[in-house]
Design a protein around this ligand. Structure first.
Ligand SMILES: NC(=O)c1ccc[n+]([C@@H]2O[C@H](COP(=O)([O-])OP(=O)(O)OC[C@H]3O[C@@H](n4cnc5c(N)ncnc54)[C@H](OP(=O)(O)O)[C@@H]3O)[C@@H](O)[C@H]2O)c1
Length: 323
């Protein structure tokens, strides 16, 4: 097969498409002919050599794909050759062929194109895990989502809206209109305004903060959280070290959860997928939810795609198609 590979770790100049051995499948796995895959921020870190794949996973980049099943293992029961599926993978998505565990697969809803389905798994499962499993989100909760126009951010806005929560986001000003269109009530331009001041002025506080920034936001997040509030840390794009005033943590009974998805056990990811499939996936069929596509490119443009994400130019998902 052909796959996107790296000459060595580093800049986007290191990316190239070339021959790579086909994956082989075990009893409970299927082989997918990839029609589309999506970029994730983690791919940039892996390309730079800062985020190695978990043990046993492919060294090829790519965490989410959509395509057609072309082979199945002997113990696969619910999926068949020819099925249109999308899935979260631990690696290997930037390729013509990828393998997936059966219990991680989801059928693509009938009217949905491969390229849209390719953008669901990583971002929506992360957001589902964050808001539903970690935060126990409920109607009228006030949620602050940083990097609100990121792939995960837009997914989180839609899931929060689904539960009837009230949503504030921080993002570059040019990305606010998109966030508003999905249900964000307060949009904060973090380059010009303090999110702490805006939240205190408009709402007094929030019940949940979804954070990807880390160091520069940590204490401000504590300040805007209400009593019994939760902070879920998913990324550290702004830095990794922080001093903490423990009085604020104690007196407001704040819960802080750091979370990942890729390194979870297969069983955990399968349960998360099953929960999402039952409770949220149907909202794509009714048109209530959708993948916000920033750009749709042929996979030969992988360098352009990585450059775009690295420059923070995307709003939502960058999707690559394979002929
Ligand atoms: N822990 C997990 O389970 C998990 C799973 C998936 C993803 N993630 C993390 O989630 C984050 C988003 O991933 P993604 O693929 O959705 O990203 P993405 O689509 O590339 O969006 C990232 C956006 O974050 C904003 N940003 C970047 N650096 C920033 C900074 N220092 N301060 C404030 N905003 C900044 C930029 O938007 P603006 O123009 O608005 O600044 C940028 O476009 C990443 O940190 C990723 O590693 C975590």
């Amino acid at each position: 097969m052909q796959a996107v590979q790296l000459k060595s770790f580093g800049t986007t100049d290191q990316l190239y498409i070339g021959e790579y051995p086909d994956p082989s499948i075990s009893d409970r796995e299927v082989l997918i002919k990839v029609k589309a895959f999506a970029l994730n921020r983690a791919d940039l870190l892996q390309r730079q050599g800062k985020y190695p794949p978990p043990p046993g996973e492919s060294e090829i980049l790519g965490l989410e794909v959509a395509g057609e099943i072309i082979a199945i293992g002997e113990k696969v029961t619910n999926y068949h050759i020819g099925d249109r599926v999308f899935t979260l993978v631990g690696g290997g998505g930037y390729a013509q062929l990828v393998k997936s565990q059966e219990n991680m697969l989801m059928h693509i809803p009938q009217q949905m194109a491969y390229h849209e389905a390719a953008g669901i798994a990583e971002t929506f499962l992360t957001a589902w895990q964050t808001l539903v499993w970690h935060s126990r989100i409920k109607k009228d909760d006030k949620v602050l989502i940083h990097a609100g126009a990121s792939g995960v951010g837009i997914a989180a806005i839609q899931i929060a809206k689904f539960f009837g929560a009230r949503i504030a986001i921080s993002a570059s000003a040019g990305k606010h209109a998109v966030c508003r269109s999905y249900g964000a009530e307060i949009c904060i331009d973090y380059r010009k305004e303090s999110f702490e001041e805006v939240i205190k002025r408009e709402w007094g506080g929030v019940d949940i903060v979804v954070d990807f920034i880390g160091e520069p936001y940590f204490n401000k997040n504590l300040n805007v959280l209400s009593v019994d509030g939760k902070m879920i840390i998913l990324g550290l794009m702004g830095g990794i070290m922080s001093e903490i005033n423990l009085i604020r943590l104690l007196s407001k009974r704040i819960t802080i959860i750091g979370s990942t998805l890729r390194s979870r056990t297969e069983e955990y990811k399968a349960q998360l997928t099953a929960d999402f499939k039952t409770n949220f996936l149907p909202s794509f069929t009714t048109g209530k939810s959708k993948v916000h596509i920033d750009s749709l490119l042929p996979w030969s443009a992988i360098k352009t795609a990585h450059d775009r994400m690295e420059a923070n130019l995307n709003t939502g998902k960058i999707i690559m198609t394979i002929d």
